[in-house]
Design a protein around this ligand. Structure first.
Ligand code: GLY
Length: 361
């Protein structure tokens, strides 16, 4: 088993990575929740038939009373309505402030269950059991939890760190190739922003089978980079923005496809190519990085170009959370394996993007 510790003062927690870990969920949860009696396990309609029974069995074996709460799979469930449903289910189960919420699933389940945990009874303990690659390398680590509102994604949320993250790489074997690639975009992102050797290693793995042969190492490397960034900037006021490499223009692609045509990872992949092109145009990113990034994205069946109306791009870049007074912070690569956050005047950024856009269409 590999263990990483998120050493946030007063809110320290472990990220455990091991094949078959879900079978041992009970003992690990008991060690961080010695007084809890009840656990509300939130999962979705895809994950429940695969893993819920064995997780419940393990948790009950450790003396917890467990209620499984299954929501429909998909982003639409990250809603106020579903949050209300989870509150009702937890309260009718008798969940108290010394009990805990467990998220068993991908990013939607983790965000929704985490937000329920952050707000129910003014906050109860929370355990993440991520079952997708995207959730394992990104959303389950670092404490960002949220729901979507009619006005946009993740607009109601909190920073609510889990007490424990249990990562079982065996769960990845049931993912479709598309869902696996979705997560690979974020995996590749870590190589781009902080670890050139890891980027090259992923290139050598050359595809899903190669990554799965070394999966514990891959998960460890990604979570370790995220851990270091979160420790330096838990509240996302500086360094944590680096994790948004490729996400600004990626957001435009998600919007253009109404969050249906492209997965988050696909949009981020094409967004990373834009960020590299922009960096090269501005003389910040060395020539050749674009080719390297495109080559690896193709190896993992990720798109390097996505069509998008210009107006959507303007809106997405301007409305993105990364907007700051006087300009927009844009994450660019100083070199492959090292990202920097550059503050750019809105007009300059839009001019450069427009030039790139015209070269593309
Ligand atoms: N997913 C980006 C972050 O956790 O900051």
């Amino acid at each position: 088993m590999t263990t990483l510790t998120m050493a946030l003062p007063g809110r320290e927690y472990d990220i455990l990575i091991e094949s078959g870990l879900l079978e041992r969920a009970g003992e690990h949860c008991r060690s961080v929740l010695p007084k809890a009696r009840r656990l509300g396990v939130v999962t979705d309609s895809n994950v429940a038939p695969l893993y819920l029974e064995r997780v419940v069995k393990s948790l009950e074996g450790a003396g917890f009373a467990v209620k499984g709460i299954t929501i429909p799979a998909g982003e639409r469930s990250k809603s106020l309505e579903m949050l209300g449903y989870i509150y009702d289910e937890m309260l009718s189960f008798g969940l108290s402030r010394t009990d805990a919420v467990v998220a068993l699933g991908g990013g939607v389940v983790g965000d929704l269950a985490g937000f329920a945990a952050a707000t129910l009874l003014r906050g109860v303990a929370f355990v993440q059991m991520p079952t997708t690659l995207l959730a394992q390398v990104d959303s389950s680590v670092g404490g960002k939890v949220a729901i979507d509102l009619p006005a946009g994604k993740n607009l109601a949320g909190a920073f609510w760190q889990p007490k424990l993250v249990l990562m079982d790489p065996d769960c990845l074997s049931t993912l479709s190739d598309k869902t696996f690639s979705d997560g690979m975009a974020e995996v590749i992102k870590y190589g781009c922003i902080r670890d050139r050797a890891f980027f090259d290693f992923l290139g050598q793995c050359a595809g899903r089978a190669g990554v799965m042969a070394q999966i514990e190492q891959v998960l460890y490397t990604c979570c370790d980079i995220k851990r270091q960034v979160v420790l330096a900037d838990e509240r996302d006021t500086g360094l944590r923005m680096l994790l948004n490499f490729g996400h600004t223009v990626g957001h435009a692609f998600e919007l253009a496809g109404r969050y249906e045509d492209w997965t988050h990872g696909q949009a981020v992949a094409a967004g990373m190519v834009w960020a590299v092109r922009l960096g090269e145009k501005l003389g910040i990113t060395p020539a050749g990085v674009q080719d390297a990034v495109q080559t690896i994205l193709k190896q993992y069946d990720l798109p390097v170009r996505i069509a998008c109306p210009w107006q959507t791009m303007v809106e997405a870049v301007g409305l993105d959370k990364k907007r700051a007074e006087g300009g927009i912070s844009f994450v660019l690569l100083d070199k492959l394996g090292w990202a920097v956050c550059r503050q750019m005047k809105n007009d300059r950024l839009l001019d450069e993007l427009k030039r790139l856009y015209e070269e593309t269409v």
